[in-house]
Ligand binder design. Structure first.
Ligand SMILES: Cc1ncc(COP(=O)(O)O)c(C=O)c1O
Length: 380
């Protein structure tokens, strides 16, 4: 095996969930998904597609009608024309992140990443043999903040990628427009590509959607914006995402898709068209529900004396520090076995996450309130 692979860290989110999956009566809040299954109007579209015989290979970068629909959707969302030549459909947001790493990184390169962050974003760079450098968010009285000068200082001649996940998993941090403009400028000067993981763009609670690098970048900029059907349409198990990029790299992305998976699943792509066309009411409904959940979690958890947390501005996670905790994985195990609630340990999200825990609040209000009742004796 390549050393880059033997040295990979397993995901602590997977490790704790593997331990807890077989246990009775556990409330699972460790993954980034809700209790809601995919709405039927999307399921029906997939079934109709199967019945219509849409079961054979598709073009590498996705079926033309889905790329067209994504172009219409992205143009509407960002108020700037985004041509289908800039869209590549992928077999999930995760697959898009891996393909971006394959396109941009090799041994000797480095990627600067804003952290704490979902571990998968970092490990893709390591798979390619590249190094990662962490630009740490800090939690102050006014929420999570990024020191942009520090991030820019971390770049050197070997930096190929800056990875920004905003809205952020696990923190709920949202990069503001001013920082986006300044970072884009700094990356243009150095010829560095921004990989913007914007899978939580629609799940924003203080504004209609989170600011996107696509609002400010030109089509030919070195920018890959990663997106997914998983979160906004409750389609985590379908494995469907897309990337928006400069038209010039389309052919290279087509080859990487060819040699990885050929193309995303055919009937899943057809259902994706329906999600985009008919899904706005659904997206609005879940954003409303998650906002209410966010408020309940923040009011209850945030009031416990041992807990320090910011009110999440977006995404669907509470990422909170627990006073006196130095081993978040041990605490996740204790909470799993004693309180019967599945949380993700903060250490999963990089060194800056130690001492924190992540709770996904995309559950039903009843489940969430039961989970908080169970957690109170352990964490308050
Ligand atoms: C920050 C971030 N990026 C990307 C993804 C990938 O989502 P998917 O592979 O389900 O499209 C996730 C899922 O949890 C995520 O949290």
């Amino acid at each position: 095996m390549r050393p880059a692979v033997t040295q990979l860290r397993d995901s602590l989110i997977r490790r704790i969930s593997d331990e807890g999956m077989g246990l009775d009566d556990v409330i699972p809040l460790w993954f980034g998904e809700g209790d809601d299954t995919t709405p039927d109007f999307i399921n029906d579209a997939a079934v109709a597609s199967l019945r219509a015989g849409q079961t054979l290979y598709t073009p590498n970068r996705g079926i033309p009608p889905l790329r067209q629909e994504l172009s219409t959707y992205m143009t509407g969302l960002h108020g700037r024309p985004i041509d289908p030549s800039r869209i590549t459909v992928t077999a999930s947001g995760m697959a898009a992140i891996m393909i971006a790493a394959e396109l941009l990184l090799e041994a000797g390169d480095n990627m600067v990443v804003v952290t704490p962050v979902w571990p998968n974003c970092v490990e893709t760079a390591h798979i390619m043999g590249a190094e990662t450098r962490h630009a740490f968010l800090s939690l102050g009285g006014d929420g999570w903040r990024l020191d942009l000068d520090n991030l820019i200082d971390l770049m050197d001649d070997n930096t190929r990628v800056v990875f920004v996940n905003s809205p952020g998993n696990p923190t709920g941090w949202v990069m503001d427009r001013g920082q986006q403009v300044a970072l884009l400028e700094a990356c243009r000067k150095r010829g560095v590509t921004i990989v913007a993981d914007e899978v939580y763009e629609r799940l924003a609670y203080e504004q209609a959607r989170a600011p996107s690098f696509l609002d400010i970048a030109e089509p030919e900029d070195r920018l890959i914006a990663v997106n997914s059907f998983s979160k906004s349409w409750s389609m985590t198990g379908w494995r469907l995402g897309w990337m928006t990029h400069a038209p010039e790299i389309g052919q290279a992305l087509a080859m990487l898709q060819e040699y990885n998976i050929a193309a995303p699943t055919t009937f899943v792509q057809h259902a994706g068209i329906t999600a985009l066309r008919d899904g706005e009411a659904y997206v609005a409904e879940i954003v409303d529900r998650y906002r209410r959940n966010r408020d309940v979690v923040y009011q209850r958890l945030g009031a416990w004396p041992r807990i320090r947390m910011a009110r999440p501005e977006a995404a669907f996670y509470a990422f909170f520090a627990v006073d006196g905790i130095t081993d978040s994985y041990a605490l996740a195990r204790e909470v799993l076995h004693k309180a019967k609630v599945g949380l993700a340990p903060g250490a999963a999200f990089g060194p800056a996450g130690e001492g924190y825990m992540r709770l996904c609040f995309a559950a039903t209000p009843e489940t969430l309130s039961k989970a908080l009742d169970r957690l109170e004796p352990a964490l308050a």
